[in-house]
Design a protein around this ligand. Structure first.
Ligand code: UDX
Ligand code: ADP
Length: 459
């Protein structure tokens, strides 16, 4: 049997663990990389050509390494015994119960994993926090792990993942930076070097940065808070643009050319979604409150509040301009994923839009190229009249309105004349992503309601 230089295990085969380990395995044939999960169906999917997540280019990366040095398994204990380095990327959702419900991170999966590691391990190991965790979690984890009577030592390192869904492969292959935080003791620095050495196989040295463990943990929360803050900032301005005939895209372009501000993440939208932004900001808010920093907590909490405001504003505008009633009107949602190029719908603004419209007794039709299965789960308990169609033309047929909730490129290039002809009149388009050609749509006959720009109305 071939002997590998390092044996790497990842516990948790989700959106973070799966792609990250596939990239490490593809770039480092000299390491053995095993990914384990309690979810048998997920593991079976990783072993097949229908991966459990939709991520452009990922299957090609998986195929480079799978069966060579990349393995997927449900035997967690064996994986732990065998590994030198264990990445942990189990889910850390927002707590739904007890103190901190709705805000704090629920660390039960993390703690169970830590206890699992202690129980199964037979030798010293490096434990890498990959999941996003509250600052100072490594301390608690270190305590749980090292309170063993087997004489085994665990060194906890923080290596937060900054990949974004839909661009995970490019983000992993060519990251802006890789951050590795450790204790600044001899064993801490040795563990840090082990992890640096993994990424050094393909990431330029200048982009691998190291810090103390608390800075690394906190940087992940802060990066997401800053990104989300930019979106809430431009979304708040979009509301003002609609009142003043300013165009939010022009404002974003003008301010983004200031090199101190920069052009990215200034697209006004129906709101940000995804598994990270809201969860991580509320987590930051909870941590600040715990330290008595109430003003700081409130400042960040408003980023989430503005996002909720933006989602509500979008759907309330829909109801208002459609003559204050959408009851029994067919409304097609173009896109349900929280962004393009993913099937993920976690915290997607489309969920809020759909539920609000259903509460108004509209007939909602959802179309999305990748997210229909998740959409069905999200709306399962919502009641009301919902249909699902893969084909956007079918979704729009007989509809009073279309609401673009996800910026899928295929929606830009549809035949909107054909769509218009198949719809009820007056026909409305609410472009929650500002991706369509509004002037052309207006000339076709639609009344068009973008975000942060003057509406183009035929009445
Ligand atoms: C984010 C971070 O970008 C990533 O670094 C971190 O590791 C995980 O969280 P992700 O949630 O996958 O990644 O997607 P992202 O591209 O950040 O988009 C988040 C949401 O913001 C989406 O709903 C997106 O549509 C929205 N968005 C993004 C805007 O509304 N406007 C923008 O200008 C950018
Ligand atoms: P993320 O977006 O952070 O990657 P996911 O929810 O996609 O989060 O993935 C987390 C994975 O962790 C899930 O597949 C879940 O089954 C797995 N998981 C949770 N708890 C454990 C555990 N104790 N042992 C192994 N896997 C776990």
């Amino acid at each position: 049997m071939k002997s590998f230089e390092k044996k790497v295990l990842c516990i948790g085969a989700g959106y973070v663990g799966g792609p990250t380990m596939a990239m490490i395995a593809a770039k480092c044939p000299q390491y053995e990389v095993t990914v384990v999960d309690i979810d048998e169906r997920r593991i079976a999917a990783w072993q097949s050509d229908t991966l459990p997540i939709y991520e452009p280019g990922l299957l090609d990366v998986v195929k480079i390494a799978r069966g060579r040095n990349l393995f997927f398994s449900t035997d967690i204990d064996e994986g732990i015994r065998h590994a030198d380095i264990i990445f942990v990327s189990v889910n850390t959702p927002t707590k739904t119960f007890g103190d901190g419900a709705g805000r704090a991170a629920d660390l039960q999966y993390w703690e169970k994993t830590a206890r699992n590691i202690v129980a199964a391990a037979e030798s010293d190991k490096i434990i890498v926090e990959k999941s996003t965790l509250p600052v100072r979690t490594a301390k608690a984890m270190g305590r749980i792990l090292n309170a063993n009577d087997k004489g085994i030592r665990f060194e906890v390192v923080s290596n937060p993942e900054f990949l974004a869904e839909g661009t995970a492969v490019a983000d992993l292959e060519n990251p802006d930076r890789v951050l590795i935080g450790s204790r600044e003791t001899e064993p801490g620095l040795a563990a840090r070097k082990e992890i640096v050495d993994i990424y050094a196989n393909w990431v330029p040295a200048a982009r691998i940065i190291t810090s103390n463990v608390w800075s690394a943990e906190l940087s992940k929360l802060v990066a997401n808070a800053f990104l989300a803050q930019r979106i809430s900032s431009i979304n708040s301005i979009s509301a003002l643009c609609e009142k003043t005939k300013a165009n939010v895209a022009e404002v974003a372009h003008a301010i983004g050319m200031d090199s101190r501000i920069g052009p990215k993440f200034l697209n006004a939208s129906v709101g940000f979604g995804g598994s990270c932004f809201k969860k991580d900001i509320l987590n930051l808010v909870y941590i600040c409150e715990n330290y008595g920093l109430y003003e700081v907590a409130q400042y960040w909490e408003n980023v989430v509040r503005i996002n909720e405001y933006q989602e509500q504003r979008f759907v309330r505008t829909m109801v208002r301009v459609m003559f204050n009633t959408v009851a029994d009107k067919r409304i097609a949602l173009f896109g349900f994923a929280f962004k393009k190029d993913t099937g993920d719908t976690r915290e997607s603004p489309a969920i809020h839009v759909a539920k609000h419209l259903l509460a108004e007794r509209a007939r909602v039709v959802v179309t999305d190229p990748q997210a229909l299965d998740n959409a069905k789960k999200d709306l399962a308990g919502a009641g009301g009249n919902v249909e699902y169609h893969e084909d956007p033309y079918e979704a729009a047929r007989g509809a009073h309105a279309i609401a673009v909730c996800t910026e899928w490129q295929q929606y830009v290039h549809l035949d909107y004349r054909r769509i218009f002809d198949s719809m009820e009149k007056p026909a409305f388009i609410f472009d929650g992503r500002n991706i369509l050609n509004h002037k052309e749509l207006y000339e076709t006959g639609f009344s068009v309601f973008p975000i942060g720009r003057t509406a183009l109305k035929h009445f």
